[in-house]
Design a protein around this ligand. Structure first.
Ligand code: ATP
Ligand code: ZN
Length: 284
């Protein structure tokens, strides 16, 4: 019995999807056949597909699970359940208009032409805002549509915003925030579910590790109490005496988002020789 997973064949999600499996200890055979491969050390078969097709394949149980952007899943409206947010492929689906336009709120879109590759999500957005507009579905290079007179506004995926900027557009509304998600077929068999649970356990350990750093530092003993107070740690930090009298070595775990803030406080509290080390897996 193998768990069949569908991932993007090439594109923005491909590398991070393969890396996630690798970090979960799942080695992929370098098959000649780039459509399908399997793992040597985990009961898994991997299908490489266009991201747009992944929700359908998972709904039809051709694949048991898949990795796809939440934006694609919602646009396709297929019966597949999200099991985990994966923390990569982050982007937003945004409304953009020409930089010269006087944009004064969503009402701007009333009666306008909007170019997008996401007609379903755009229609839903317009409906919730009670706006009538004409949607032009196009399959790519949406950002050039206003410039060539095809549309008054676009709805497209944005991460840094530099593509919009280069095309003389400005981002004015966010329709949806998205990231890569792990999805599963709604009626997964017990055996597949068991393998999925194993995979999920590993994915969560990898995600935790990615969000945390291991920190080692030297602290003068008279400052030890204050330094320990600054460290959240998993339980409490490890404190070991140094060979030099009056000093200790302190080990702890810091999360990425509080990291810089705490490091600065540790320094001003007298910590020295601060080492920050990546964590490979974290199981708590
Ligand atoms: P495919 O050939 O598989 O159909 P694609 O061209 O439709 O690929 P990509 O551009 O590779 O898709 O993007 C895949 C996913 O990556 C998007 O659906 C989205 O979830 C995510 N993504 C993250 N940042 C961006 C971005 N700046 N622009 C587009 N997609 C992004
Ligand atoms: Zn696509």
């Amino acid at each position: 019995m193998k768990l069949k997973i569908a991932i993007q064949k090439s594109g923005r999600l491909y590398e991070d999807s393969v890396k996630l499996l690798k970090d979960c200890g799942i080695d992929l055979k370098n098959g000649v056949n780039k459509l399908k491969t399997e793992s040597d050390n985990f009961p898994m078969e991997i299908y490489f597909l266009r991201d747009d097709d992944i929700p359908q394949y998972v709904e039809d149980a051709v694949a048991d699970i898949g990795i796809v952007g939440e934006n694609v899943l919602l646009e396709k409206n297929k019966k597949a359940e999200i099991v985990e947010q994966l923390g990569f492929g982050k982007c937003r689906l945004s409304v953009a208009v020409g930089r010269g336009e006087k944009y004064d709120g969503v009402q701007f879109l009333e009666g306008k032409k909007i170019a997008t590759t996401y007609p379903v999500l755009v229609q839903r957005y317009l409906d919730t805002h009670k706006i009538n507009a004409e949607i032009h579905e196009i399959s790519g290079s949406v950002e050039i549509a206003p410039g060539i007179g095809l549309a008054d506004a676009i709805v497209d995926l944005v991460s840094s915003g530099s593509t919009l900027f280069m095309n003389g557009l400005k981002e004015v509304e966010t329709v949806l925030k998205s990231q890569a998600v792990l999805i599963r077929n709604a009626q997964l068999g017990a055996a597949q579910q068991e393998i999925l649970d194993k995979l999920l356990f590993r994915i969560r350990a990898v995600k935790k590790a990615r969000n945390n750093k291991y920190v080692l530092l030297n602290a003068p003993n008279d400052q030890l109490e204050e330094i320990i107070r600054l460290l959240p740690g998993m339980k409490s930090p490890t404190v070991l005496p140094l060979a030099e009298p009056g000093w200790s070595s302190v080990h702890s775990v810091l999360s990425e988002n509080e990291f810089w803030d705490i490091i600065e406080k540790l320094k001003s509290a007298g910590a020295q020789g601060i080492l920050v080390v990546p964590i490979e897996k974290m199981i708590i």
